[in-house]
Ligand binder design. Sequence first.
Ligand code: KIV
Length: 263
Amino acid sequence: METTIPKSAPEKLASLGKTGGDRPPFCALTAYDYPVARLLDEADIDLILVGDSLGMVVLGHDDTTEVTVEMMIHHTVACRRGVHRAPLVADLPYRSYESPSEAVKNARLLVGAGADAVKLEGGEAILPQVEALLSDGIAVIGHVGMLPQHVKEEGGYSKKGKTEEGAARLLAAALALEEAGVAAIVLESMVHEVAEKITAAVGVPTIGIGAGPGCDGQILVVHDLLGAFPWFRPSFATARADLAGETGRAVREYIAAVRGGRT
Ligand code: KIV
């Protein structure tokens, strides 16, 4: 009987690969709890991110800066129980990787909670942290472009790479992360041609969100895909379901049934 040897986390990440030839882009989504993580895994998703976007879409904060390592552990453990196939990545939250040793200490906690890799935001400024994580045997995904953890300093969410200088900075950051040894790089909210240029320039897969179709893979916040957070959805995200509407309908139907003595 043929036995399949399960892939290690770095192998799973490496197999995401660059798009090209007959290789289609890969698909990633966020998850924050057991049922959604399990449903995504069973639906054959290529990568699951326990994103610190949970601060907004699960916990109701205005941005991701309130998210703590403890919260990330709590949600990563829950997702881990439901994921047996796709690589599971967890975000290192805001201010949890101020130094290389702090990054390693907190990333070990996320790996202990079940993450196959961690993601952190930034370019050259966080290279010592990225290098320390990799030396510790922890797989890393980079994140450049719009950095949600810096939304307060930046005064809002805005598309990156609009000037030649800005585009060059993004490319330099991505090349530096690749050189350091990251497994993949998220490109968030940037001019599409810039994302395409970065994708062509780096040897590791890029994962776009609001960065156009020229990336090796795409990622979305699962609530945006499912129409589960009706109060805000970024313009680039297409909702392919209306969970908020369905929830309201089912709840109203239940209320009417109970109040009408029909249960
Ligand atoms: O936290 C998150 O959901 C993310 C994605 C937007 C890439 O970092």
